[in-house]
Design a protein around this ligand. Structure first.
Ligand SMILES: Nc1ncnc2c1ncn2[C@@H]1O[C@H](COP(=O)(O)OP(=O)(O)OP(=O)(O)O)[C@@H](O)[C@H]1O
Ligand SMILES: O=P(O)(O)OC[C@H]1O[C@H](OP(=O)(O)OP(=O)(O)O)[C@H](O)[C@@H]1O
Ligand SMILES: [Mg+2]
Length: 285
């Protein structure tokens, strides 16, 4: 891309999202950093530059327009209060954001009125509480290990990322109240329209499709075709090809990987044979 300015992409340099983000970009055909300490690398062949930043700071850089797009968590984006906008979910880094307190001490959101709540995400939590008309005594801002705040007496309840829930359990805390947020890694943008940003998005979506879908081939008697394609309708429309035996056809569809065995069982019971599944290595839909 000779005459176009390079697309400037923010990528997590460490933490929970860094490894999968780098892997996804690599699968999408981009050349990332060789040395894990590099802060910046250019990939001129693809017309992009990567800036390796703390995931918490990525929305700030993108929102200010210093960088064009970035990969971060939805929770971090909302907490930042930045002007950056979510472009698309990226299918990894799932977590929920929840309130927790000592077993039996809290049962509903209103119980947080007038108490101290510790969190690393004061923007997100403050907005949520204000939106629900609850005023805590104080939001105690901590950098991490928030679950220890209650035991150590600096807060009465916490609000934090929950994945398996084991950190909360170990700290003797229980989740209560509504889900503050369902989060995952997202592509964010500053609103500037660069064609290379659309290419990046299409490539990342191609990686998601390749991970989440498989190709399914099977042969089936023509008379059962309608029921079979209803059971596995595919992404747009199944490819149906004639076979030498005029009473049979061959069908090809994309199906979600998680449905694979269930769909194969169902097609077999409908009379399909030679049912084959293959992986998708790359895709543009
Ligand atoms: N088990 C998890 N623990 C922490 N963050 C997670 C987890 N699963 C997904 N995430 C997401 O990762 C992002 C947090 O990234 P961050 O780099 O701060 O992770 P971290 O592991 O807490 O790193 P650090 O503690 O070194 O800052 C958030 O978007 C969060 O929702
Ligand atoms: O529900 P779980 O599977 O136990 O995971 C959630 C925990 O993991 C993260 O902590 P991290 O390891 O990032 O440490 P930190 O609190 O210092 O950021 C998060 O802040 C929670 O504490
Ligand atoms: Mg952390």
């Amino acid at each position: 891309m000779p005459n176009q300015p390079m697309l400037r992409i923010a990528v997590p340099n460490k933490g929970s999202l860094a490894e999968t983000a780098a892997q996804m970009l690599w699968e999408a055909g981009y050349t990332g950093r060789r040395d894990p300490r590099d802060l910046h690398t250019a990939d001129p062949r693809n017309g992009v530059e990567f800036f390796y930043l703390r995931p918490r700071d990525i929305a700030t850089y993108v929102g200010s327009g210093a960088l064009d797009v970035g990969i971060t968590g939805r929770d971090l984006l909302l907490d930042s209060g930045s002007d950056a906008a979510e472009i698309a979910p990226l299918g990894f880094g799932d977590s929920t954001f929840r309130f927790a307190g000592p077993a039996g001490a809290f049962s509903q959101l209103a119980d947080l009125e007038g108490v101290r709540v510790a969190t690393s995400y004061p923007g997100l939590v403050g907005d949520f509480l204000a939106g629900h008309g609850v005023t805590p005594a104080k939001l105690v801002k901590l950098d991490g290990a928030v679950e220890s705040a209650v035991r150590l007496g600096v807060a009465d309840a916490v609000a934090d990322v929950v994945s398996t829930g084991s950190t909360l359990r170990q700290a003797g805390l229980e989740i209560f109240g509504p889900v503050i947020l369902d989060s995952e890694a997202v592509l964010i943008g500053s609103g500037v329209d660069k064609p290379s940003a659309a290419t990046l998005l299409r490539r990342l979506q191609g990686v998601l499709v390749a991970r989440q879908y498989v190709l399914l081939d099977y042969d089936i008697p023509v008379e059962h075709l309608e029921r079979a394609t209803a059971a596995a309708p595919g992404f747009e429309s199944p490819t149906v090809s004639p076979l030498q035996d005029p009473e049979w056809v061959a069908v090809r569809v994309m199906i979600p990987r998680i449905d694979m065995n269930h769909v194969m069982d169902e097609l077999y019971s409908l009379g399909a044979r030679a049912i084959l599944v293959s992986a998708i290595h790359a895709a543009r839909l």
